[in-house]
Structure formats: C-alpha cells, structure tokens
Design a protein around this ligand. Structure first.
Ligand SMILES: [Zn+2]
Ligand SMILES: [Zn+2]
Length: 296
C-alpha cells in the first residue's frame, strides 16, 4: 500500500497519506517506499543534491536553445529548425525525468542520512506554516487525476492563510489544460518532515510579528536581493520545465516585502511566475540558497 502521496523538492518533506490504521513505524515505511520508488542509488545526499543542480542547469540550456530555434523557425520556417525543435523537445522531456529522479533520490538520501532529524506531524489548525513552507515547490508523487501530470500546492493570496485557502493545481493548467483543482483537506495527509526548521514549528502570526520588525525586514530584503537573477533549482516553470529565476519588483522602497519578490520563468516568451508571498516561503527560499532561514 502506497503511503507517500507527495514528495516536495528541495527540503525533504514527504507527505504521507493517512492510512486506515495508525502507522507504527513511519520512518521504516517511508524508507521502504522511497527504496521502491528510487531503487539504485549509492551516492550521498550532497552528491544527489548536486545532480539536481546539474539537471536543472541542463534543462535551462536546452530551453534556451529551443527558444532560439523557435524564434528562427518563426522567421525563416526552415526544416532544420523544425527538426531541431522536435529533437530538443524530446531531450527536454527525458532530462526532466532525470531531474525528478534526482530530486527523489536526494530526498531519499536526506532521510537515510539524518533519520533523527525527521518526524511526523498531523496537520492541525495553527500548523499552516508546515504547508506554507513548501508552497511552489515541485512535487513528484501527487498526480492530476485528469491528465497524470504533477500537481503543485497553492494558496490564496493572503498574508496568513488557513488550510481551507490551500488547493492543488495541475502543472498542466498553464499549458492550456483546464484540469480541475483539488481542494486541500488537512486531514488527508500526515507530513513526514524535518523537525529542525523553526519556521515550520511556529504560528504564522508569531512569524509575521517577528519578521515585521524594521531591522529584520531590511535584513531579509538585503539577503533576497543578493540572489536576484539566480535560478531556483527547486521551483520550476510548469510550461517550460525549467528552473525559475528570482526577480525583484521595481517601485517604492516601502513596498511590502511579501509583494517584492517572485520567481519567473527565464523563457522570454513566458510570463509564468511563482509569488513569494509568505514568510515561511521566504524562509524556505533562503534556507535552500544559504542554509539558513529567517529565525536562526
Ligand atoms: Zn491535469
Ligand atoms: Zn515558462
């Protein structure tokens, strides 16, 4: 019986579907399921994580080449470009599979190497940060029931969302598919996640209060600004299957921090964005980039 319903990229949080019976040894079950999903791996976590980086970079390169060929084809309509476009599209699909595999392997290794840092949580009112922390991240195991693509966890644009504001959206949505979103019910899953991430353990209202201090605002802003233009290897454009790039809005310096930054697809034809609109999400971004979030 499959328990793993979702694997979030980047930080190993593995969602675990509530079983009819209480899971006695969640860690053993998760390890077994990961072993079945990603059988042959001998590398370490950091090596697996480097592979994620390499695959993301390769996907960026393929997409850029594809864009150039499409531009050229639009202008000249020649067969060489058309052939190249077909070939590159196949290459990209294959590469994306390799990327997803690398993400899964790195999650598996992270759990194997740090079992004591992982624990299980059921989602109860007040623990929304555990979900906010993973908003926008690629998920591997949660599949759209209509088209089979991966789904992403999203929430309404409000500063302090409740569980009822979350939903699953098909990654094919922006490619023109109009698959239905799936509402999120906290009772549907137990999260199996790292226990040493402070922003996941506090109430969002407390985190908002701390992060709203002037000094902290400035510090977070400075740290984020230093990554503008860099790609995020864990957040992907669902249309182009490439890592998105951090952007900062121009405008008044007094603009709210939660409105200032977003990730955007690098493809010039694309307007896909992932908003960074909660403090747990900013903390998650910073931790993946710098190894430290907001509360440490
Ligand atoms: Zn779908
Ligand atoms: Zn795109």
């Amino acid at each position: 019986m499959a328990l793993l319903e979702v694997i979030f990229g980047g930080v190993a949080t593995l969602a675990l579907r509530v079983a009819p019976k209480i899971v006695i040894n969640a860690l053993a079950v998760i390890k077994q399921e990961l072993k079945e999903l990603f059988p042959e791996i001998s590398r370490s976590y950091s090596q697996a994580r480097q592979t994620v980086d390499v695959k993301a970079e390769e996907l960026s390169e393929i997409d850029l080449e594809l864009y150039k060929r499409e531009e050229s084809f639009r202008r000249h309509g020649n067969a060489a470009d058309q052939n190249a476009i077909e070939e590159l599209s196949i290459q990209k699909q294959d590469k994306f599979k390799e990327y997803q595999l690398a993400q899964g392997e790195s999650a598996k290794k992270e759990v194997e190497e740090n079992p004591e840092k992982f624990g299980e949580s059921s989602l109860v009112e007040g623990s929304e940060n555990k979900l906010l922390y993973h908003t926008g991240l690629v998920t591997l195991a949660k599949k759209c029931p209509t088209c089979g693509r991966s789904m992403r966890l999203q929430h309404k644009t409000i500063e302090d969302p409740r569980f009822s504001d979350f939903f699953w959206q098909c990654t094919g949505f922006y490619a023109g598919l109009r698959c239905k979103t799936i509402s999120f019910r906290p009772s549907d899953i137990n999260l199996f996640h790292r226990k040493d991430i402070n922003e996941m353990e506090v109430d969002n209202s407390d985190l908002i209060a701390i992060a709203s201090e002037k000094e902290t605002q400035r510090e977070i802003d400075d740290r984020l600004r230093s990554h503008v233009g860099e790609v995020d290897i864990d957040i992907f454009c669902p249309v182009h299957l490439t890592p998105m790039e951090l952007r900062r809005k121009h405008g008044s310096p007094d603009m709210p921090l939660l409105d200032k930054y977003h990730l955007r697809c690098k493809n010039p034809d694309c307007s896909q964005t992932t908003k960074l609109k909660s403090y747990p999400q900013l903390a998650s971004y910073l931790r993946r980039k710098e190894g430290r979030g907001i509360l440490e």
